[in-house]
Design a protein. Structure first.
Length: 142
């Protein structure tokens, strides 16, 4: 089957890590190989100086993990009506440079959980236009 990389956008154990665990169990049971990216703590805030290989070992390691996967599952809490900054930073690092980002063309669903009924949807809704953007870049690159 395929290799799925799971990116959890919360530094705390909680609803979203539990959701990531459940998704991992489900995907593994369906025959997929699943890897959870260990930590975003070492991933620096994105800037264009990281666009080339060798600029930062942590960015290179993260991009290699994304490149080696067939799909990326984003699991994000909702902070102020949007995804966590960890997820946004990871997406920036994986999608740059603009045409050659390692995530382009890969399935990249977004899920999230929140303690209040009805919350959590904004964080996934905010990222939806990025799916279109990334798929358009993939078609330009191919």
């Amino acid at each position: 089957m395929s290799h799925v990389l799971v990116l959890v956008g919360s530094a705390n154990e909680g609803f979203n890590t539990a959701l990531a665990d459940a998704a991992t169990t489900f995907l593994s049971g369906a025959g997929h190989t699943v890897t959870r990216y260990p930590s975003f703590a070492s991933l620096p805030h994105y800037h264009q100086g990281f666009d080339g290989p060798g600029a930062d070992v942590n960015v290179d390691d993260f991009r290699s993990a994304v490149s080696d996967s067939d799909a990326v599952l984003f699991v994000t809490p909702e902070y102020n009506g949007g995804p966590s900054s960890l997820i946004k930073n990871a997406l920036d690092a994986a999608s740059r440079p603009r045409v050659d980002g390692v995530i382009h063309g890969k399935p990249a669903p977004v899920i999230g959980a929140h303690e209040h009924l009805g919350d959590g949807g904004y964080s996934t809704d905010v990222l939806e236009p990025l799916h279109f953007f990334l798929s358009e870049l993939a078609s330009v690159r191919d």
